[in-house]
Design a protein around this ligand. Structure first.
Ligand code: AMP
Length: 508
């Protein structure tokens, strides 16, 4: 029997398909019927351009409900959906087209010319456009196409999507996710987070990333709707729609921005059942403030492009601030040293995971893939973590963000938690800089909480009461905004480059 994820969704669509799957920003509704019809038309258009099972379809477009139909059309054909961050430049797109060799590239209407040029140079057979208002050549061609109803026969190991990792170091890698990976993770999360008919998900995440697409959209497709779709996160828009929603999935910056908004009150959250956070660490401080303001405990979960979601705080049970909860059902997590030896509970090491959620490898990088798996099938995540005897995992940072100062390990998160507690601190990021004496020195940037700013030396002195000497930042700079990518992850590599020369020749 075909293991196509689309079949899994359709099986769970409501009996009455005239019901809304999604509500657009302008309030118009997209029913399940309409979604399926558009999916079938897109599938026909893609097929008319030669797309067959296994072909890549690269997509770099602004967010709209049509993108969801395009994703489903790829599933329908057994083709590989390849969403690309809208922030990528021409040079970056050229790399992805060259690497993934898609059959079709779907871009935004006003980038047609440059995209055609890139496509020609990279042997992409066709370029289609897709706007956010039902415009673009994909929609033009879909209008006169028959809606295909054939759904490709696939196995659970066939690839459904390739998502390029953010690639802060080295080449960006294409993570291959199979129908089985996506199906198992969506079913697991749907159950773990207690989705029921009647849930309404407020969607403010991008659709080119695992969080917005494979967590948020897949769950709601399994749940029989319904999504309220926002083109992006805007605190005013979110606050206006919270009373009509029951679930919000966000990155930590959503929550800090909501907390900074005077209109974000307990009242506006009274219809809400669940707030989920992930993709970057949520400070315990934010978790606590959110609880004080709203009475809701944010549920933090942990995952990555390569693995979908691995761990989650429980729906019922302790949602522990600063921790990402136990491994999800069917998934194993362990913490090991760099040679793969399992460490005792509570010790910091690299988190490794195994389960039906873990990807099939990096596109055309068999050696890189092999080097990131253990012989027994565990994937080495590159995240530093502890695993408690109670199964709860705490992420302490990326392996590559670890600071080694005077031979001692400093985990940025620990220092961030200390500095983040001071009233004058809005946001903080801690990172290592080359230092002639210590190898690396701890440094920090903060976004002050108010216009009064802060006194650097006084703040450094205060951290000395809480942190061992080698963890105390040698410098703390003020910054207007932390450099974050679209998923809210602080770009520490950028900070390291910016301040790289600070301690040069400063041997003391
Ligand atoms: P991405 O592949 O873009 O989803 O990024 C995955 C990475 O985001 C993980 O390897 C972690 O470093 C980080 N991440 C995701 N969720 C969390 C979380 N809840 N807490 C801390 N880091 C997280």
């Amino acid at each position: 029997m075909s293991q196509n994820l689309l079949l899994e969704f359709i099986k769970r669509f409501p009996a009455d398909r005239s019901r809304p799957f999604l509500v657009e920003y302008d309030g118009s509704e997209v029913s399940f019927d309409k979604l399926l019809d558009l999916t079938g038309r897109y599938a026909s258009v893609l097929a008319s351009h030669g797309v067959v099972k296994g072909d890549r379809v690269a997509v770099q477009v602004d967010k709209s409900s049509d993108v969801i139909a395009l994703y489903l059309a790829c599933l329908q054909l057994g083709a590989i959906h390849l969403p690309l961050n809208t922030a990528y430049t021409g040079d970056e797109i050229a790399y992805f087209l060259g690497d993934a060799a898609p059959r079709v590239f779907v871009c935004i209407p006003n980038r047609l010319e440059t995209s055609q040029d890139l496509a020609r140079k990279n042997n992409v057979a066709a370029v289609l456009t897709l706007g956010t208002k039902g415009d673009g050549t994909l929609n033009d061609q879909a209008a006169s196409a028959d809606a295909s109803t054939d759904i490709a026969d696939v196995t659970e190991d066939d690839i459904a999507a390739i998502l390029y990792t953010s690639g802060t170091t080295g080449r960006s890698k294409g993570a291959m996710l199979s129908h089985g990976n996506l199906t198992s993770n969506a079913l697991t999360l749907h159950k773990a987070w207690g989705f029921q008919p009647g849930d309404v998900l407020l969607h403010a995440l991008p659709l080119f990333h695992t969080h917005g697409l494979f967590v948020a959209v897949n769950i709601m497709l399994l749940n029989g709707g319904k999504i309220i779709l926002l083109s992006k996160f805007d605190a005013d828009d979110v606050i206006e729609r919270l009373p009509k929603s029951t679930v919000l999935m966000g990155v930590p910056t959503f929550y800090t921005r909501l907390l900074a908004h005077p209109g974000f009150t307990r009242d506006v959250t009274s219809n809400m059942r669940l707030f989920v956070s992930g993709s970057a660490p949520l400070l315990a401080e934010t978790h606590d403030q959110f609880f004080e303001r709203t009475g809701h405990k944010i549920l933090e979960r942990y995952g990555m492009t390569e693995t979908c979601m691995n761990t989650s705080n429980p729906l019922d049970g302790e949602r522990r601030p600063g921790a990402v909860g136990p491994a999800l059902p069917g998934i194993e997590a362990r913490v090991c040293d760099k040679d793969g030896n399992i460490l005792p509970h509570g010790e910091i090491g690299v988190l490794e995971v195994r389960g039906p959620n873990v990807f099939k490898g990096y596109w055309q990088m068999p050696e890189k893939t092999a080097s990131e798996f253990r012989k027994d099938g565990f994937f080495i995540t590159g995240d530093l973590a502890t695993l408690g005897a109670d199964g709860y995992v705490t992420i302490v940072g990326r392996d590559k963000d670890l600071i080694i100062s005077g031979g001692f390990n400093v985990y940025p998160k620990e220092v961030e938690e200390v500095i983040g507690e001071y009233d004058e601190v809005g946001e903080v990021a801690v990172f290592g800089l080359p230092h002639p004496d210590f190898g690396e020195a701890v440094a920090a940037v903060i976004v002050p909480a108010n216009a009064n700013g802060f006194d650097e030396q006084e703040l450094i002195n205060r951290t000395q009461d809480k942190l061992a000497k080698f963890k105390v930042p040698k410098r703390i700079w003020k910054i207007d905004e932390l450099p974050r990518n679209t998923m809210g992850k602080v770009q520490k590599a950028q900070l390291r480059t910016q301040y790289a020369d600070t301690f040069k020749g400063n041997a003391k």
